[in-house]
Design a protein around this ligand. Sequence first.
Ligand SMILES: NC(=O)c1ccc[n+]([C@@H]2O[C@H](COP(=O)([O-])OP(=O)(O)OC[C@H]3O[C@@H](n4cnc5c(N)ncnc54)[C@H](OP(=O)(O)O)[C@@H]3O)[C@@H](O)[C@H]2O)c1
Length: 322
Amino acid sequence: MAAMNRAWIMKTRPEGEPTVDNFELVESPLPEPKHGEILIRSLYQSIDPYMRLRMRLGRSHTPPLNIGDVVVGEVVGRVEESKSPLLSAGDVVAATIGWQEYGVVAAQSARKIDPTMGPISTGLGVLGLPGLTAYFGLLDICDPKADDTLVVSAASGAVGAVVGQIGKINGCRVIGIAGSDEKCSYVVDELGFDAAINYKTQDGSAELRRLCPDGIDVYFDNVGGPVTDAVFENLAFGARIAVCGQVAHYSAVAPPQGPRNLGVLLTTQSRIEGFIVRQFEHRYEIARRKLAKWIDEGRLQYKEDIIDGFENVPSAFIGLLQ
Ligand SMILES: NC(=O)c1ccc[n+]([C@@H]2O[C@H](COP(=O)([O-])OP(=O)(O)OC[C@H]3O[C@@H](n4cnc5c(N)ncnc54)[C@H](OP(=O)(O)O)[C@@H]3O)[C@@H](O)[C@H]2O)c1
């Protein structure tokens, strides 16, 4: 065990896109667990778009970070010391300790990882919150049916890649939208999507019209912005839309402007619903087992993007948002 802890704090609040100067690496003595708590050493640090939301002031479902706070986030780590009968030193857990190498949490707030379900890093990915978000967002919010045309944005990402594959498992025709030809090839050739659109080089609305002549039945929205406007122009009658994320707006300095085409929801009698994965917390374990089974059966593929070195956390986060 190291003698000192290292943590990334939010030094200044980002204005627009974050830069490495918004963060500072600070050292402090190792925290001591009290009765009922555990000391965790981080092995994998999750990097997620929602962290940018927590850096913003304003109304949200969780309070914003203050200047000097350790940046929020979940890790997969090893229990170094336990003062609880629930967990023992050596156990591998997922827990929310933020961007730091060591952290103390109440033992009941940590989730013991079952290494027989997959590599422990998947506890932050396909078997963690991104996989669960895809599962509940698609199956509970969108109610997909066989032969539905499903469109998913940020299609090659942690959530989008799982959404598209669950769509295929449920018999949907799946179109992904992503930001490079390489990502588009990945979702079609490796994940089995039916088609993909590169929104940076192609006319999204025209391509969707061509690929979905009968309209889009289900839209899983991870991004908002012009990508979502293009989808709205092509909705089918009775479409279902899950608003999972709006990453195109997380660094916006002013409220987003754009085509106000919500009228299409009226004419197509469509339904749009936002959700936060935690609303399904009571069913996490059922979903996790289902995802693990699909992986086992070779029906669900995943790819992890792992960057080595705790000092690289802010640059990895900035890269994710770009
Ligand atoms: N509701 C919930 O409970 C919940 C839980 C987890 C995650 N989420 C949300 O789900 C979404 C996906 O999360 P993730 O972890 O899977 O992230 P991710 O897709 O792995 O990464 C974000 C991706 O968004 C795309 N992107 C960034 N800026 C964009 C823009 N301006 N327009 C279009 N696309 C843009 C980029 O891909 P390209 O190169 O393809 O552009 C980037 O790789 C996020 O919005 C996140 O906040 C919601």
